[in-house]
Design a protein. Structure first.
Lengths: 330, 330
């Protein structure tokens, strides 16, 4: 990595600062929770940035609100379209409602009921597609063309990436420098933005992305430095089933991220239940990726100050059994 | 109520201040969460004091640590005994470990597994009794006599009451005056302490206690001004199955509390799921009592500033079905 060569990258720390200014007072400055039990278990000083307590229940609101705020008056009037397995949908829907921008969301028919309902509840028009038959990107592009809508991609967009980075900015602004920052990774929007902020605010920090083992495309891409893909991976981390990093997020990850790790679904579920039982917060499987890597001992955190992004909490708590039997605790 | 005649009461605001000093830096100053969704639903400005995020997962740590801190050196060396359906057990066990006081806990054999395990995990000696056959108070008194242990009652104790009051003190210190404070009510330790603090810090506040409908003894006692009892009430609010208010808490409730309300188990479960799904916090049924009263519209909160004590989060999340089918949302 050449940390001096940032001028060619699509998003800079200044963009994160600008995003922080735009979302201030609209997005929650989410609380940072600590647990003596976690500290005792890991030997580290651990800080959980709770984006599950963000508006609509995930960090995605940051990027969506930032992106919609940057639209021209004409674009705002025409409206936006987004496709998403869930949280990005709710994020764009809520941001649209707050900014008076009409929103169309293209969602898979088997998205968690709680996410479908919430998206409609925020006033968006929802168009459902069947994952195997149709290409959600093609559907969205078609809608964008015929209706004059602006497409808001789930992660590969400079304003989306900059918005997500405000989570790490807040964490380090609140707590000072950290030794490690662990971040869930799907398409790479959250980790790109957070890594930009973290490297700027806490020089020397090690930023690590965590993927589900079945959807390890970014880990393989990171190692080979060539973009790898995965097709519809079988994992309970529904927010990290993206097929690959993006044209913007991949170079940002190569530049700003220090390592990538994976966790199995069993490890993920163990971490999720641990966070519910010990921290008393509702975390969705994808939201527990970074915590799982720490709690399973995949990094040597002893004596270190460790930031963990809890990315979201939108899970169907009425049907937890669908995620599989709870594994034994640590 | 004669609000000037406080000198005869067993606990004063000064006792709450003293408790706040003793628990500072040991108990968490728990976060206050807000939700625009809740505010929109109720028309109020609602502040949730999250004692489910307290150490050991409930407000009980405040009172237990305060009570054990007041023991003499000899009493500390001999140790303490407590009986509890759950959270008080963990609270005394953890306080004992922190203060190097040996702890014996007398627990019902059918207490939630998560509470039994946590109590043992904190290093306490656990003696299990069968609820129908034996009298837990008699067992505890026997242990106290034969082993020279000091009994730490779950609610009817001045230092326990004063400790619990620090929750409301923190809430109002953080947020300024409130119009309403809604508090879960079992034996009345939490509401007594909180009402003392609330009336002192926010003159004119209306403090309302909320009980499960099946265990409405304090509501009936409050109305008749004569102590009423209930026997082993059938409710999912396991923390509020106490048979009656106490010799200390009852006069404090009569003096400081403005009204009492009840909610059914279905209303309780609806509120619990709402807090999980919308606020993303794990709340046990008893912990949702005050929130249920608000969310079911049992007080007219429109335009008011309302404090809600979320009292605990120790529920067996691996077996939510045991609480009954989730009711439809609001």
């Amino acid at each position: 990595m050449n940390l001096t060569d940032t001028q060619k990258l699509p998003v800079s720390y200044d963009d994160v600062v600008a995003a922080a200014r735009l979302i201030k007072g609209v997005a929650h400055r989410t609380p940072v929770l600590t647990s003596r039990t976690v500290d005792a278990l890991t030997g580290a000083e651990v800080f959980f940035k709770c984006e599950n307590l963000q508006r609509m229940g995930a960090f995605k609101f940051r990027g969506a609100f930032n992106a919609l705020s940057h639209l021209s008056a004409v674009e705002k009037r025409r409206g936006v379209v987004a496709y998403s397995s869930g949280n990005h949908a709710q994020a764009v829907a809520l941001a649209g409602r707050l900014l008076n921008v009409p929103v169309v969301i293209v969602m898979p028919h088997d998205a968690p009921a709680v996410k479908l309902e919430a998206t409609r509840g925020y006033g968006a028009e929802v168009i459902v597609y069947s994952g195997d038959k149709d290409d959600r990107e093609a559907i969205s592009n078609g809608l964008a063309a015929t209706r004059g809508l602006t497409m808001i991609p789930p992660f590969d967009h400079p304003h989306v990436i900059a918005g997500q980075g405000t989570a790490a900015k807040e964490l380090i602004d609140d707590l000072g420098p950290l030794d490690y920052l662990l971040v869930p990774c799907g398409g790479g929007g959250l980790i790109s933005g957070c890594a930009i902020a973290a490297n700027h605010l806490s020089p020397g920090i090690r930023v690590t992305g965590v993927e589900p083992a079945a959807g390890d495309d970014v880990t393989r891409s990171f190692q080979s430095r060539i973009l790898q893909t995965v097709h519809n991976p079988d994992t309970i981390a529904d927010g990290a089933r993206t097929s690959s990093a993006g044209k913007l997020t991949f170079p940002l990850i190569l530049h700003h991220v220090h390592s990538m790790l994976t966790v199995t679904d069993t490890e993920l579920l163990r971490a999720m239940y641990y966070l519910w039982e010990r921290m008393k917060i509702v975390v969705e499987p994808t939201g527990a990726l970074a915590a799982a890597a720490l709690l399973e001992g995949k990094i040597d955190a002893r004596g270190k100050r460790v930031g963990i992004i809890i990315s979201g909490g939108n899970v169907d708590v009425r049907n937890l059994a669908a995620l599989g039997a709870p594994p034994a605790a640590y």
